[in-house]
Design a protein around this ligand. Structure first.
Ligand SMILES: NC(=O)c1ccc[n+]([C@@H]2O[C@H](COP(=O)([O-])OP(=O)(O)OC[C@H]3O[C@@H](n4cnc5c(N)ncnc54)[C@H](O)[C@@H]3O)[C@@H](O)[C@H]2O)c1
Length: 411
């Protein structure tokens, strides 16, 4: 049974807090938006107003509706008047000491039945929960940027999180118009855990000179991704990509070994859109065709890649690590099989679903390809044991019909 939610507090009025507060207001709930300085609150609320105004221009909202939504958001720089708060969504800095302090303080102030959620990208929900005396009521609620537009919320129960807290977080997510996918706490949760081996492998293929940036990006579009891996990395920021990939490498080991070219790009200050140059140039000239960063070619030449395997570029080499990681996550009980494609669709716009690789080519083909690449490139392609087990058990693909059979295989 889920709890009734009427009043929500959002902690942090930055990029994510603004989008989350807007989603909450649009769901006709009351929002208290909290940040450390009045100027941050004002900036946050001004940005929310701008986002609402753009909906007036598009004919989606009236001036009166916008005033009502804005009236439901109250900004403040303290924890006063939170006695009626039913649910808190924390979207402050990604620093464990900041989050522990916020959770500890809120725990002493808000009513005992209220739920405390964190929008952390990578920190441990179980650890954050231990800063409170309500560990069963602490949960991860991972929105995607921009939070008022992206439909996915990864709902991440920690070690102590209760079923009721999960149910309430799921029902709040749907009130906000989001699709909630429950992902058990693990490094990278689901979407980032699946995206990074794919982006990393695209860099390896590029480093080997098997295909150009444009070719790889275009093949990704043909596969059903909304943008290619190099466009996505430039948008995200190569420094952030490096940090996240190194984090995943430290947690999961060689499967995530970071491509040297990424480190080199960051060392040379090629960070993507924010530094005006990454894999592509970003000179902000409207209507100019995308231009590959010429300096990256020099960096590439400086990398001694040794004897390259004599193979042609095949996009499967780049996308299979995503597929394999999805099976690893399923193998670990992190996610339901049926939720994987939903998460990848709503979280990163992958229209055809990653499990379709098994439907199109057969599960045995996926294993065979992984095995071939494993021989060529090593641990990044070690197939999950569940993939082998399913193939040995005669499972042909991961369509809906096969789901129930596969489920019993993992238990
Ligand atoms: N930006 C993304 O794409 C993205 C996506 C998913 C999750 N996240 C996570 O969301 C959180 C926020 O990210 P962001 O991009 O909005 O950051 P941001 O830097 O834009 O905003 C953070 C805000 O939190 C405020 N803040 C800091 N300490 C605070 C405190 N003690 N109390 C209240 N407010 C405080 C800051 O003043 C700032 O306004 C992080 O944990 C991040 O990892 C970010």
């Amino acid at each position: 049974m889920s709890q009734n939610i009427k009043n929500v507090a959002v902690i942090g009025a930055g990029a994510m807090g603004q989008g989350i507060a807007l989603s909450v207001a649009l769901a006709d709930l009351k929002v208290t938006l909290i940040d450390v300085k009045q100027e941050f609150i004002e900036k946050g609320i001004n940005n929310i107003k701008r986002m609402l105004d753009s909906r007036i221009k598009r004919g989606q909202l009236t001036e009166n509706q916008v005033q009502t939504y804005l009236g439901s958001i109250n900004g403040q720089t303290n924890y006063q008047n939170l006695e009626n708060t039913d649910f808190v969504i924390e979207a402050a800095l990604e620093k464990i000491e900041v989050k522990l302090k916020i959770f500890q303080e809120l725990d002493n102030i808000i009513k005992p039945e209220a739920i405390l959620a964190s929008n952390t990208s990578a920190l441990s929900i179980s650890q954050i929960a231990c800063a409170t005396k309500r560990k069963d009521k602490v949960i991860g609620m991972h929105f995607f940027n921009p939070a008022h537009i992206m439909k996915l919320v990864e709902v991440i129960p920690g070690y102590h999180t209760s079923h009721q807290t999960i149910a309430t977080t799921q029902s709040l997510s749907s009130l906000l118009g989001k699709t909630a996918v429950v992902v058990k706490e693990c490094p990278g949760f689901l979407v980032n855990r699946l995206l990074f081996p794919y982006m990393n492998e695209a860099i390896y293929a590029l480093t080997e000179g098997l295909a150009s940036i444009n070719q790889i990006d275009e093949t990704a579009l043909q596969f059903g991704l909304p943008m290619g891996p190099f466009t996505l990395m430039d948008m995200t920021g190569l420094d952030i990509c490096l940090d996240v990939n190194e984090f995943l490498y430290n947690e999961y080991g060689l499967r995530f070994e970071t491509a040297k070219l990424l480190k080199l790009m960051v060392e040379h200050g090629f960070l993507g859109q924010k530094s005006k140059a990454g894999f592509y140039l970003h000179d902000n000239q409207p209507n100019t065709p995308k231009q590959v960063n010429p300096d990256f070619i020099e960096l590439l030449a400086s990398l001694k890649t040794g004897n390259k395997p004599c193979v042609k570029f095949d996009f499967n080499r780049v996308i299979l690590p995503m597929f394999n990681e999805a099976i690893y996550a399923y193998q670990e009980g992190v996610v339901e099989l049926a939720d994987i494609d939903i998460a990848m669709n709503y979280g990163c716009g992958l229209k055809r679903g990653i499990l379709s690789l098994s439907t199109d080519n057969g599960l045995a083909w996926c294993l065979e390809q992984m095995g071939n690449y494993h021989k060529l490139y090593g641990e990044r392609f070690r197939p999950s044991w569940l993939l082998k087990k399913m193939v040995h058990a005669g499972i042909l693909n991961l369509t809906k019909n096969a789901n129930s059979a596969n489920l019993s295989l993992v238990k």
